[in-house]
Structures are given as structure tokens and as C-alpha cells.
Design a protein around this ligand. Structure first.
Ligand code: ATP
Ligand code: MG
Length: 393
């Protein structure tokens, strides 16, 4: 018997891409006989093994095939050729809140999602308290999940997935949404999984978290496997490749999403207009310029801050802060004002996103939206990321 938890053997996956975008059903029916399409190779002859008991990362640029591969492992998609063999019970958390029904309560969704992931009613009954406890959303468990913040969605979804007791856990990107306390819990859980000889497969654009978590990685580029093996050297080479391959444009290179709405630029504005650097204590407005290519009801814009070494410091979105946006279509601007910049000197990365009302579907997520450079201002403190204005007595 193979020691591998997962064997991916010569997997090829094609998507049929139609050239008319956003066509109406009627138009699609009318032109059925002469529809224009081509086959697009999302995965091209990909093969590798994932050792049992390892934490394994998938890296690669946007559109390189990571999510497609993870869906093949979860058997949500099937390869056109080649095979995927998984040895052990699989649980997957592929999108924030996937498998959740917005109108149902957290409680009902635990049952719904648990049964989708293969648990019996009795098993969920038995594990219910543990699931809710790990998620930390007990006060909200009888409210409809449409009222949950994106962080709460992820907490509950992740909690259900790990309580399936999977031998193989697949996680696509979503954990980046949670708060620091929850990220810590997830990291601990991954360590525990590894100790128990379980296998975790993660997709992430965060090199620091991959470096911390993963034993091995596979690097995908345009649907092909570039290399696979020990995590650290491959992550270094992958990072180098993204540095030398900088594309132009205001919004940075690493981005994902379905594209119905896009982030055109992220600008930092101080009291004297747009600026490249700020001081501790300054008022800063972060301005997102967007274009919605079609009408979108109730979109949610989000911002996040990361330190230069990849520590996730802050996130904030329009929905969780009660700023409802009825509809966007065409180009526009949203702004978030921070009255006092509570950061010590350093360079920070501003990430911006536009997602749907339930925060489960990403239209566009830009990891390198803007660089925020902070110089000495007030207060001056002694070290670390935050300027909390501590006072001694
Ligand atoms: N259902 C689909 N129909 C058509 N094309 C698709 C479909 N799903 C994915 N693709 C295309 O396949 C390619 C690989 O997509 P995939 O989502 O696997 O990339 P990814 O590596 O996960 O990217 P990201 O980092 O942006 O999440 C992309 O070009 C994408 O547009
Ligand atoms: Mg993806």
C-alpha cells in the first residue's frame, strides 16, 4: 500500500470557454448551433504524491489551477484524463460559507453542512457542542447566517470541516479571512492534525503562512506542475519568479476572483491629498476605485493590512461595519477613513476586495493594492507594529 495520502496521476482538466460573455439565455439558445468556444487546459498532465501526515501547500499565480486541482481532490470536479486517488475520509473547505444557506440559522447550517460533508445526524448531534465551541460563535448560533460577519462564516465552516474527523483536509484560501485568534486556533489544529498523522492540503497566497505550515508544496503555473518537494526552497523560487515577473498596473499582481466587479486602484489619501507615506497618528483615507461590469446588488468592499513580513494585522469591510451599498454598476469610488493611524514606522501592504453580500463569493481580491509607508509621528513608541499610545505612571 502506498504511503501517500493522495496520488495525483497525469491529471488533465479542460474547461470549455465561450467567447460571448454575459449573453442572455435567449441569445444563447438562438445561437446554439454556431456557439463559439474553445477548450482551455486548466490542468495539464499534473502528477505528484502527497505524503500521509504532511501539511502540503499548493502555490502559483492566479488562474494557475490550484482551486481546480483541490476540487478534483474533493471530487467536486472530475479530470478529463488521469486519476486522483485519496486514501481516507476527505473534508473540504473550498469557499467561505460554501454549503451554507443564508436564511437558515447557524444551528441548521451545522446540520446541513455536516451532512453534505458526510456526517450522520447522530454524529452531528454528538459533535454539535464541540463544533459550536470551537467556532466561537455560540451567541449567534440561532441567528440566520446571512447576519454573520465573514469571519464568523469561516469560523463555523472550518469548525464543521475539522469535526468531520477527516484523514485528509482540503482548505482553499479561506482562512485568511479570520481574525488573529481564529488563525492561531487553525494553526494549532493543523499541528494537531499532523501529529495525528492526518494530511492537510492548503491553497494560500500568503507565503509566510505557507512557510510556517507546510512540509511540502507543489508549484503550479498555467495548469502545469513546475516542481514539487520540500516547501522552503520551492517557496523561495516561486517568490523570486513573481518578483522578476512584475506586471504593470496600479493594482498588484496577486489577485483572484470572478471579475464581474474589479478593483482598479487603491489610493492612500492624507490631509493634503494623495500621499505615498504617512506618519504614526495621521488621518488616512483608503480609497478604492472600482468598475462593476454589470449591475451588482449589495456588494461588500473590504480592506486588510499586512506587515512586510506577512503578518495579517487588520481587516474591515463595509458589511460588518454596517455600511450598506445597494447597487453598483460602472465605475465608482468607496473610501474608508482611519482617524488615527495606529501603526509604528514600517512598510505595510493594503489588500482590497469586493465580494458578494454573503461574503462567500469573491468578485476581485487584490493582495498588493497599495504600499503604506509609515514614518515617525505621534506617539513614538519603542517597537513592534502597533502604536497603542501606552502611558506609564
Ligand atoms: N468552471 C470554469 N469554467 C471555465 N474556466 C474555469 C472554470 N473554473 C476555473 N476556470 C479557469 O481555469 C483556470 C484555473 O482556475 P483556478 O480557479 O483553478 O485557479 P487558481 O490557481 O485557483 O487561481 P486563484 O489564485 O485566482 O484562486 C483559470 O484560468 C480559470 O479562469
Ligand atoms: Mg483559487
Amino acid at each position: 500500500m502506498s504511503e501517500a495520502a493522495v496520488t495525483v496521476d497525469a491529471v488533465t482538466k479542460k474547461f470549455r470557454v465561450y467567447h460571448e460573455r454575459n449573453q442572455t439565455l435567449k441569445a444563447a439558445v438562438m445561437r446554439r448551433r454556431r456557439s463559439v468556444y474553445e477548450d482551455f487546459l486548466a490542468l495539464d498532465d499534473v502528477g505528484f504524491e502527497i505524503p500521509r501526515g504532511s501539511t502540503f501547500g499548493l502555490v502559483g499565480d492566479n488562474g494557475s489551477g490550484k482551486s481546480t486541482l483541490l476540487k478534483c481532490l474533493a471530487r467536486i470536479l472530475y479530470p478529463d484524463s488521469g486519476t486522483v486517488t485519496t486514501r481516507g475520509r476527505v473534508a473540504a473547505l473550498l469557499e467561505v460559507g460554501s454549503g451554507f444557506h443564508p436564511e437558515l440559522s447557524g444551528r441548521d447550517n451545522v446540520y446541513l453542512n455536516g451532512s453534505i460533508l458526510g456526517m450522520s445526524r447522530a454524529e452531528i448531534d454528538r459533535k454539535f457542542d464541540a463544533i459550536v465551541d470551537f467556532s466561537g460563535v455560540e451567541q449567534f448560533i440561532d441567528q440566520p447566517v446571512k447576519n454573520y460577519s465573514s469571519g464568523m462564516y469561516v469560523r463555523l465552516g472550518f469548525s464543521v470541516a475539522i469535526h468531520v474527523d477527516p484523514e485528509i483536509l482540503l482548505v482553499d484560501e479561506v482562512l485568511a479571512v479570520g481574525d488573529a485568534a481564529f488563525q492561531e486556533k487553525c494553526t494549532e489544529k493543523f499541528v494537531e492534525f499532523r501529529r495525528d498523522g492526518r494530511t492537510v492540503v492548503v491553497v494560500s497566497h500568503s507565503m509566510p503562512s505557507l512557510r510556517n505550515m507546510c512540509d511540502s508544496v507543489a508549484w503550479l503555473s498555467h495548469g502545469r506542475l513546475v516542481e514539487t518537494g520540500e516547501a522552503k526552497p520551492i517557496l523561495e523560487r516561486y517568490l523570486d519568479s513573481t518578483r522578476t515577473d512584475q506586471r504593470t498596473g496600479d493594482a498588484g499582481e496577486v489577485r483572484w476572483g470572478s471579475g464581474e466587479a474589479q478593483i482598479d486602484a487603491v489610493e492612500l489619501v492624507g490631509p493634503r491629498g494623495p500621499a505615498a507615506s504617512f506618519r504614526t497618528g495621521d488621518e488616512v483615507t483608503i480609497r478604492i476605485r472600482y468598475t462593476a461590469h454589470q449591475p451588482i446588488a449589495n456588494p461588500v468592499f473590504g480592506l486588510a493590512l499586512e506587515s512586510h513580513d506577512g503578518v495579517y494585522l487588520w481587516a474591515n469591510n463595509t458589511r460588518d461595519l454596517g455600511h450598506r451599498i445597494d447597487r453598483i454598476h460602472g465605475s465608482g469610488v468607496v473610501e474608508c477613513t482611519i482617524p488615527r493611524l495606529a501603526l509604528q514606522p514600517g512598510t505595510f501592504q493594503v489588500m482590497a476586495s469586493v465580494v458578494d453580500e454573503s461574503t462567500t463569493h469573491v468578485y476581485d481580491y487584490v493582495r498588493e493594492g497599495a504600499r503604506l509607508v509609515v514614518d515617525f509621528g505621534t506617539p513614538v513608541e519603542s517597537g513592534g507594529y502597533l502604536a497603542l499610545d501606552g502611558r506609564w505612571s
